[in-house]
Ligand binder design. Sequence first.
Ligand code: NAG
Ligand code: NAG
Ligand code: NAG
Length: 773
Amino acid sequence: MMKTIPYLILFSSLQIMACSSASPEHTLGTNSFLSVEDYEKPFLISPHNTFSFGFYEVGHNAFSLSIWFTNTIDKTVVWVANPNSPVNGHGSKLSFYLEGNLVLSDGKGSIVWDNKMMSGQGSRVALLETGNLVITDSKDCVVWQSFDSPTDTLLPLQLLTKDKRLVSGYYSLYYDSDNVLQLKYDGPEISSIYWPNPYYSIFDNGRTTYNSSRIGILDNTGHFMSSDGLNIVASDSGLGINRRLTINQDGNLRLYSLNTLEKKWTVTWEAMPQICGVHGLCGGNSICEYSPSPRCSCALGYEMVDLENWSKGCQLMFTNNYGQVVDHFMFVEMQQVDFHGFDLAYNMPISLEGCEKICSAMNSCVAYSYRAGHGRCFAKGQLFNGRKTPSITGSTYFKIPKTTNILIVKQYGLTCRHNNTHEMHQHLEKLLYYYICAAIFGGLELIFITIAYVFLQSKQNIPKSVLDGYEFMTEHFKKFSYRELKEATGNFKEELGRGGSGVFYRGVLDKKRVVAVKRLTNATKAEEEFQAEISVIGRINHINLVRTWGFCSEGKHKLLVYDYVENESLEKHLFESIDAKRFLRWSQRFIIALGTARGLAYLHHECLEWVVHCDMKPENILLTQDFEVKIADFGLAKLSKRSCSSLQLSHMRGTIGYMAPEWALSLPINAKVDVFSYGIVLLEIVMGARISSQTTTEGEKLDLTQILEALKQLVASGDVTHIVDAKLHGQFNHLQAMEMVKISLSCIGERNKRPTMDEIVKALMACSCEDKY
Ligand SMILES: *[C@@H]1O[C@H](CO)[C@@H](O)[C@H](O)[C@H]1NC(C)=O
Ligand SMILES: *[C@@H]1O[C@H](CO)[C@@H](O)[C@H](O)[C@H]1NC(C)=O
Ligand SMILES: *[C@@H]1O[C@H](CO)[C@@H](O)[C@H](O)[C@H]1NC(C)=O
């Protein structure tokens, strides 16, 4: 069987050539037949061979009766007699009977399609050069034509009239009862018109309802005119080009021109340049957005109903009966997101709070859209036709159960080919499902606490202060008296915060310089730390490290004087910020990640003595007004000679959650512990959430290995969108996010394989030029 196929093709193509050169059959009399087995030979061709009519293979052993462009690469079909009922490749037959009727029958002889018109003896069937299949009676009067029953394509000179429509799947183009030509999605759940733009009036869209002739025509120059005032002009308008106006499976209406050399089509106009404006693409509770190709994603708090099928949309993550008790749900915002239709209420002008109240009060309200400028408030009963574009100025706030952890809100990606968007429904990307949430060190925490306790109980060999012998009298580093600092801080009036080893107070030196004075709590016990800090600090000078002005050591009074950094710590901005002023945009986050890496790299590689911070966490990353990083709190910093590869610490340091496993394993402590902590901080910068405080909805904890595994899968999938802070609403740089997650992975991983801070700085620098967000 298989071997005969090349012969068949060769034979048939020769036959076509013979036919077309010798006697092009563009018209046939009655009593003409074509068997499906001879499908390689068209039943008819148009006089200049532009169009062919006959059996067209639509699938394995499945054929439709079609008209197609002969000379295009994919034999573009413009008309189909039996679109929903293809016939078998054996025994099916097309007959132009003596009575003058055209009939398609399948293998068993039953009629699948016919033109429902007996034009009598002497009738002829012809395929015209326009692509119109025409049946004429013996008097040459047209009794039937394919142009009267279009499928998804309108050809030049074919009239689009009242009661005719172009259809593709759930989408159609037709004149509605208001005389306006429109595109409509008519799906299983909803029907809605998306073109002309439903956000504007018919007249604002340049149409009119007054002319009831309901007629549209594409002329030979690429100009489509409609009785409702619509005028479409192809970008290459002019004579001599083959064109078609087609409604595609993605719901878009496009005007195409044929490039005869390449035998390919180019789009010369389209109704929806922004494909997300087409309704029904993504199903309920989901949003069409560009990243940059269009894709669907679920609304915040929702998840896909069917991972394989976006048209089924999304559902609330947890089934929930909204009570009217406000405590049971919360509203989460997605910026630049809007849903068309299904408004329960419309109010204007009204405040955001007022709008929220309206939706809270209505049981059936699932979300509200708010446009700040005009104070427009739309309470939504259902969420369909969602889209996200920068042109939308408002936000949509979803009412979701309070128990939903927004950080585990997952987004599913559907990307379609750039060059073939109508295949959107057919090409489902492999979808990944991640829960990134856990108390990573949940299990380790207890061990840490126990060990620390044992240390504190067992040995406290406090070395005597050796500070008297130190002389740090450079102009930048000064020894203060306790009285001086007491005065400067107004008797320690204004507390700024508490670090691991002390309390910070605001102070003013020389009536002009604002400083942060750190008073070591439990000073007698902190002698060792103090000594370490002092000896290092005087030498440290880097833009990303907090500058130290001096110290004080008088008996039990141990103080350090730091530069005052005005803009709070990273922790506040990352985890506690809901207000816009504090919220960190992506570009700021990236700069912070880089600054922190630079500061640490300086400590590790450039100091005269090798310094390990030992307590890297967002609390110790201070930010200036310009969001420049100033790493603070060297209270736990340790140093060793460069020749030393590592040093042993006498007791537990650091903060649980950011501590490398080797702390618990009694392994030598070196700079790799900072690298580990940096990896955690970096991940938190990306996620906008504390890793150590994450729990699944079931309250289950994932250990570090599981987190690493999930991250690896994300990186392998090439898309880390799922773990990027949802509060950024997609406004982030994918390249940088991917790089940051990769770096985190290597930092958190096996100790020997962790990179150095220098390497991290280089890796970040390599992708730092992309400053889109
Ligand atoms: C209505 O539209 C048709 C087709 O464009 C046009 O020929 C006709 O003049 C229009 N009628 C009116 C009253 O404008
Ligand atoms: C997707 O879901 C829709 C609506 O439920 C259904 O009509 C369609 O056949 C499904 N498509 C696939 C590929 O399963
Ligand atoms: C789309 O583009 C890709 C690569 O750019 C190509 O391989 C593929 O054949 C194209 N598909 C179509 C239908 O043109």
